[in-house]
Design a protein around this ligand. Structure first.
Ligand code: UDP
Length: 381
């Protein structure tokens, strides 16, 4: 069978590899001049620092199969993400943990004391938080919310946290220990030479051909037996119902010598500081040594049509439009929508790989049973 994959990021690479191994002829196209999608990394020519070109990507998962999968294609080095935040003239540790709480309130509380103390701060009249702000007020109270979440979230999403779903905050835990590892997953690491060689290795199969700087056109679909589309869902339908909203990021790159900030990620909680965070890329590869350093100041704003889409907004209006596009997609045949843009969801890398492996398995099962491959592995609403 001839299979066309649109997008040479993680979804395209993982699905393509599985189908190539099963004997299918796989063609992968990407409109960019490189593979890897937003996971793309490259060395800065001046300093030699490995740069996460489209912003920081830290691999973390509880999924042993996904961890084994990525480790089969590249060597992962131990890496734990320890994020700091600058707020109201001081530096604190994130996610909110016992150190953050004690530092913020100038106290020396033990875990149970801190738990009780935060319960006293929390707004217990909110029984079922309906939005991001209520979720924060219910679990950390007004002081920590104002210092660490309100300003950052307004900058990141460009709206009031009252308009955002509570689920966004659920990504961030509150810990009553001194564990300041940003992620709580069993497996965590960083590929020794960045993500690009890992994805190159996944794509390295005799049944795979790759065409870069090649945009998808509908006639390509007629030449293929099946299309896996990892581009924007609304883009596939030529935006005929309107555009799904995204936040895009602007990175202001600057170089220096030595160590600029002493950590990989420094968030900025104050609304008055226009950027959300600064990433210092050499700290993502702590096993390397470089005299120079490369940093990105990161700004978030609404994406215009020509911008790179990063975060799906998924508020009430977008969800209604998404529902309409899902109906269009489900009425189409011969195409399956995959990945962050294809399913309009904010996906971590490990989930993207898990879904790609499951999508490939579902496709192969459909081939065996002679059934039609659906438009989505699971509906993205
Ligand atoms: N967030 C916040 N303050 C921070 C970091 C995150 O309020 O210092 C909120 C913000 O709304 C963000 C969400 O928590 O969108 C999820 O944060 P995460 O670090 O997972 O975002 P990512 O690094 O994936 O952009």
């Amino acid at each position: 069978m001839q299979v066309l994959l649109v997008g040479a990021g993680l979804s395209g690479a993982v699905i393509g590899r599985r189908l190539a191994e099963a004997g299918h002829e796989v063609r992968i196209i990407d409109s960019r001049s490189h593979i890897g999608g937003n996971c793309y990394t490259e060395r800065d020519t001046e300093t030699g620092v490995m740069v996460h070109t489209y912003g920081p990507h830290i691999f973390h998962t509880d999924d042993a199969e996904v961890w084994a999968y990525v480790n089969a294609f590249t060597r992962f080095m131990p890496y734990e993400n320890r994020v700091k935040t600058t707020s109201q003239g001081a530096v604190y540790s994130l996610p909110v943990n016992l150190h953050t709480i004690n530092q913020f309130y100038g106290k020396t509380m033990r875990p149970d004391e801190a738990r009780k103390f935060l319960e006293e701060q929390a707004d217990t009249s909110i029984e079922e938080p309906q939005n991001f702000e209520e979720q924060a007020l219910r679990f950390v109270g007004p002081d920590l919310y104002a210092a660490f979440f309100k300003g950052y979230t307004e900058k990141q999403w460009g709206c009031s946290p009252r308009e955002l779903p509570a689920s966004i905050l659920k990504r961030l835990p509150v810990r009553f220990t001194y564990n300041d590892n940003y992620f709580f997953h069993k497996f965590q690491g960083m590929p020794e030479n960045g993500y690009t060689p890992m994805i190159e290795a996944i794509l390295d199969h005799e049944n795979i051909t790759i065409s870069l700087e090649t945009s998808f056109t509908p006639d390509m679909a007629t030449e293929a037996d099946h299309v896996f589309y990892a581009g924007p869902l609304d883009g596939y339908f030529d935006y005929q119902l309107g555009r799904l909203g995204y936040r895009t990021l602007d990175f202001e790159k600057f170089s220096d010598t030595g160590d600029y900030q002493g950590c990989a990620v420094m968030n900025y909680g104050d609304r008055e500081v226009p950027w959300t965070r600064i990433t210092e890329h050499k700290h993502f590869s702590p096993w390397e040594e470089h005299e120079g350093t490369v940093c990105y100041r990161e700004y978030s704003r609404a994406a215009n049509p020509e911008d790179i889409p990063y975060y799906p907004i998924r508020m009430v209006d977008e969800k209604a439009l998404l529902g309409d596009y899902v109906k269009l997609a489900e009425a189409s045949s011969g195409v399956t929508f995959v990945g962050r843009l294809g399913t309009y969801r904010y996906l971590d890398m490990d989930v993207t790989i898990r879904e790609a492996l499951d999508t490939a398995a579902a496709f192969l099962a459909c081939q065996r049973t002679g059934t039609a491959m659906p438009a989505f592995l699971k509906p993205p609403l």
